[in-house]
Design a protein around this ligand. Structure first.
Ligand code: DQQ
Length: 530
């Protein structure tokens, strides 16, 4: 008997059942994209002795599940095979560094190698007998909080470098290790970075981005035309800094440190991300785990928990102050039945149905022109927290210029809807654009986390239209504002607005008219994931 499963996604990556969390070691090898992920083969909840499941794809859209790649077998990982990363060694030889929970429940870093490099699917992996290669024993590292090795990079001296996340007395940090042969690793004298008042740094990621193109850059590249990104997850989010890195001194100096800025990959649900350089299309791609917002007992009833985001290309924005992210172009292959219009007036206090697409499984791109900017509400200087501002001023709170945007996964009577919208404020001689994803009315059921999310978008509405793209897939809404300058991912569990019952609307709840300069919407085909 099959239970109706309205919340399973149909073009996001999911295993057929059970618990999934972090993406691990994404890489491109001999024509295939590889995704490993933290997986519990025995149920829909996390457990410490978690394993690495493995899937491959030629297009980042359709996936084939392979046998599990890495699972507890040895004293150095018998209590769990936790997150890690791939490095492609010279001669196109991929290797994986991952965290093992050893027989004393200490976290140690291990190396695994493909058994057969001529198998492009890399189906079997062997653990190096010298494991563990990096242990917390020396140097007073907390043995229960020492994990998630990065992709390694090679310096001009030929030595490999890798970061491992941990926490010190005052906050999270990343420790740098160096090696000539990838087997013997030496701890660097100083932590690579640390920051007070942050929890343990999980899943660090460190890579260059180009200063003048949107192309990706391979991880070991360092020259005057790149900047570096250090991303870590702490305090429940994936934060990043941009900065300069010297391969000679191994010093990384952020332009603005963690906690002093609020740069995040995503202002909704998006955790434990991992990036990789894709040599096939010269781009940097990142993924993250998107967990459930429903209760654990519901996860268990459904028999599964956790999604992977749509993989995103990431590059440095024109200002040089932030990254820009956009769903990989391959996802557009799934688009069918385009609905398209231009120059539609979205009058004050109206809701406008966009019909003709399967609203439960869709891709929408819309841009708004704001002819009445002068009537924007005044910005209060105390409004510094965009998430708070979005929850105080949800979609139903009237404004001047905005709120305007989309109502997705909406029921016909609008009792259920998720509102993705903008509000424009005037702040002296400039404008501030707020983007919100308001889940407060996303479902009639109650035991759900319906937190509203928000972000400021670095767009000047005097000089450009405000754009929004939303990818909707049954229980996930991934939204990209200002052409990828602010991203918000949300999970929702409508009761009425499921499958064919779901509707899509544009709305304007401000006093001023706005113009939909262009709207394109598509139904999305299901991906083949088996
Ligand atoms: N999940 C893994 C850890 C990592 C955490 C364990 C982040 O390696 O720190 O499943 O979600």
């Amino acid at each position: 008997t099959s239970i109706k499963q309205p919340y399973r996604t149909l073009y996001h990556f999911q295993p057929p059942r059970n618990w999934m969390n972090d993406p691990n070691a994404p890489m491109y090898y001999k024509g295939y994209y590889h995704l490993f992920y933290q997986y519990n083969p025995y149920g829909a909840v996390w457990r410490p002795d978690i394993i690495w499941a493995h899937s491959v794809s030629t297009d980042l859209v359709n996936w084939v599940h392979l046998d599990h790649a890495i699972y507890p077998t040895e004293t150095f990982d018998i209590n769990g095979c936790w997150s890690g990363s791939a490095t492609i060694l010279p001669g196109n030889k991929p290797v994986i560094l991952y965290t093992g929970g050893d027989s004393k429940n200490h976290q140690v870093q291990n190396l695994a190698l493909p058994v057969n490099l001529s198998d492009p699917l890399l189906q079997s992996w062997v653990k190096l007998p010298q494991n563990p290669l990096i242990t917390p024993i020396n140097g007073g590292i907390d043995p229960e909080n020492f994990r998630d090795p990065t992709t390694a990079w090679q310096g001009p001296d030929g030595e490999w470098r890798v970061l491992v996340g941990t926490q010190g007395e005052h906050g999270g940090m990343a420790i740098l290790y160096r090696s000539r042969d990838f087997v013997n690793w030496t701890e660097s004298q100083y932590p690579f970075r640390s920051r007070e008042k942050t929890s343990i740094w999980e899943c660090p990621d460190f890579y260059p981005v180009s200063l003048n193109t949107t192309n990706g850059v391979d991880t070991s590249v360092n020259n005057p035309s790149v900047k570096h990104v250090l991303k870590v997850n702490f305090n429940s989010h994936d934060y990043y800094t941009l900065g300069s890195y010297s391969s000679y001194t191994d010093e990384y100096i952020p332009d603005t440190d963690f906690m002093d800025s609020d740069l995040r990959y995503d202002y909704g649900k998006f955790y434990a991300s991992k990036s990789f350089f894709d040599p096939a299309k010269n781009r940097r791609i990142l993924w993250a785990w998107v967990n459930e917002s429903d209760s654990e007992s519901e996860d268990i009833k459904r028999g599964w928990s956790g999604l992977q985001s749509i993989p995103r290309s990431a590059w440095l924005g024109k200002t040089g102050r932030q990254l820009v992210q956009w769903p990989v172009e391959e996802i557009e292959k799934l688009r069918i039945n385009e609905v398209n219009f231009k120059g539609e007036n979205l009058r004050s206090e109206t809701v406008f149905e966009v019909s003709g697409v399967t609203a439960s499984q869709a891709d929408i791109e819309v841009s708004f022109e704001l002819p009445k900017l002068a009537y924007a509400e005044l910005m209060d200087p105390s409004w510094v927290d965009p998430q708070l501002l979005c929850s105080d001023k949800g979609a139903s709170v009237k404004g001047g210029v905005g709120p305007f945007g989309l109502l997705v996964l909406a029921s016909e009577d609008l009792k259920e809807h998720t509102a993705i919208f903008f509000r424009v404020f005037k702040n002296k001689d400039r404008y501030v654009v707020l983007m919100c994803s308001d889940q407060s009315r996303s479902s009639l059921s109650e035991e759900i986390d319906k937190t509203t999310y928000g972000a400021f978008v670095d767009v000047d509405p005097r000089h450009e239209n405000i754009s929004l793209r939303s990818l909707i897939d049954h229980s996930i809404v991934e939204s990209f504002g200002g052409e990828g300058r602010a991203c918000i991912t949300a999970r929702v569990y409508p009761k009425l607005a499921i499958d064919e019952e779901a509707r899509l609307y544009a709305f304007n709840n401000g006093t001023e008219n706005v113009i939909i300069s262009r709207l394109r919407a598509w139904s999305m085909k299901s991906a083949l994931i088996y």
